[in-house]
Design a protein around this ligand. Sequence first.
Ligand code: ADP
Ligand code: NG1
Ligand code: MG
Length: 480
Amino acid sequence: MNGAKDNFVPIIKVPTDERKLNLCKHFYNEFGCQPEFIVRVPGRVNLIGEHIDYCGYPVLPMALEQDILLAGSLIKEHKLFMRNTNSKYENFETELKSFNEIVISPDANGKPYWYNYMLCGIKGALEHLNNDVLYGLNMYVDGNIPPASGLSSSSALVSSACLAFLYAQKSILNKIDIAGLCARCERYIGTQGGGMDQAIAFLAEKYCAQYITWNPTKATKVVLPEGASFVVAHSLAEVNKAATNDYNRRVAECRLAAKLLTLSLQTTSHTIITLGQVQKLLNKTLEEMIVLVKETLPKDIYTKEEICAILNVSADELDNFYLTPNTRKLSEFKLKQRALHVYEEARRVEEFKKICENTNKCVNGTNGTGSVKEDMNTLERLGKLMSESHESLKNLYECSHENLDRLVDISSQKNIHSRLTGAGWGGCIVALCPREKVKEYIETLEDEFYVNHCNIDKSKAKSYVFATPPNFGAVIYITN
Ligand code: ADP
Ligand code: NG1
Ligand code: MG
């Protein structure tokens, strides 16, 4: 049975391993003392349910072994010192200002500095603490989540800074609350994320994926079929989501689609509602919502003027209530395609979860037929949902990349289903591979994608593709 302590981030004695010892050595050389704690926050791979968290729909991610480690020690001065074991991330230090005074601005090209993500976490913690702080902090970061690749390195960084800062000020939050706080404060970077990455970072458990639902945030374990392995492969295209308006554009298109769909309810309020809320208000099934989208949003493109006219609002009102600073200049929006993806993807998540649960019953002998044949059929059904998800992300949501599509095609020629994972426009695919075929499948990707298609050395190719079991969530390690 879960005890109340399971609701909080575990605080445990640090296990010694080479990576943590190396981090402590860096820390000592820089700050002249040992860290008092090391915070660990994992990256994640989303198995299914892409671009629907911000529409209020459940998602199904699991945590990775790869993580951000942040070593910290308290200092009396109200200052923040940030260091990184990777020399491409420059040193940063600043006075510890009040919540309002922390301004998070990108570089001249609109790309956030690495330490901006840390500042997001600290800004969120300061807001939570009402600026009531005791200590400044020395921080040293070591990360091994491939950055800008859809495996949620950004949220691991934001969350590690927020968790470390709260811990330093002796403030303890339960996992659900800190996940919510981190989701809100990562938005200071500029993207209007839905909360999946921070939720799984804190609520993940070893050996299972989590079905995450919203309002209130809740994680339900999903045991994956025994014969299934999940393989992650990098497309070699990195994309920083806060440096372009692609992500926020999709968020805005979903908001506008939701608003147009609610017109049939004759509402005049300006409150933002999600596609999920529309479904609830209309009391319809996902299938009925799909039909409604086709009837109500027939056009391929809606101009800003058309939307203003339909909603009976001025361009300024549209800018202020529905759009973000980086989407206000857009003049055209795709509403039908985005809404169709969201409702269909939400349906795939439900199906994926149901298949896992039924298989689990079989394996546990409830209906007594946990045969190998049944398992193959299960993997095929789950895989098919993943392939459909990719098709939809590519065609309706338009967030794929030619390298991602190439990886998916090579996989499907080997009868392996896969899909892009995370926000897309680059980053990684996740593939469902029968356990006994993992070695052969990884070899195929190494040869056909990395070596033949991208001209990469076979030895280097190995670092871009890995099989990953579900890992555990955030932890605070104490060092003495
Ligand atoms: P992701 O899909 O990985 O979350 P984002 O575009 O949201 O991608 O965030 C990527 C950014 O996070 C990087 O450009 C970098 O600024 C920051 N980042 C990721 N990992 C690290 C790290 N180990 N150290 C410093 N900054 C990191
Ligand atoms: P990545 O790719 O990790 O930046 C983003 C969002 C998620 C979710 C996915 C798409 C943030 C912090 N994360 O993830 O909330 O919407 O895209 O499913 O904005
Ligand atoms: Mg991110």
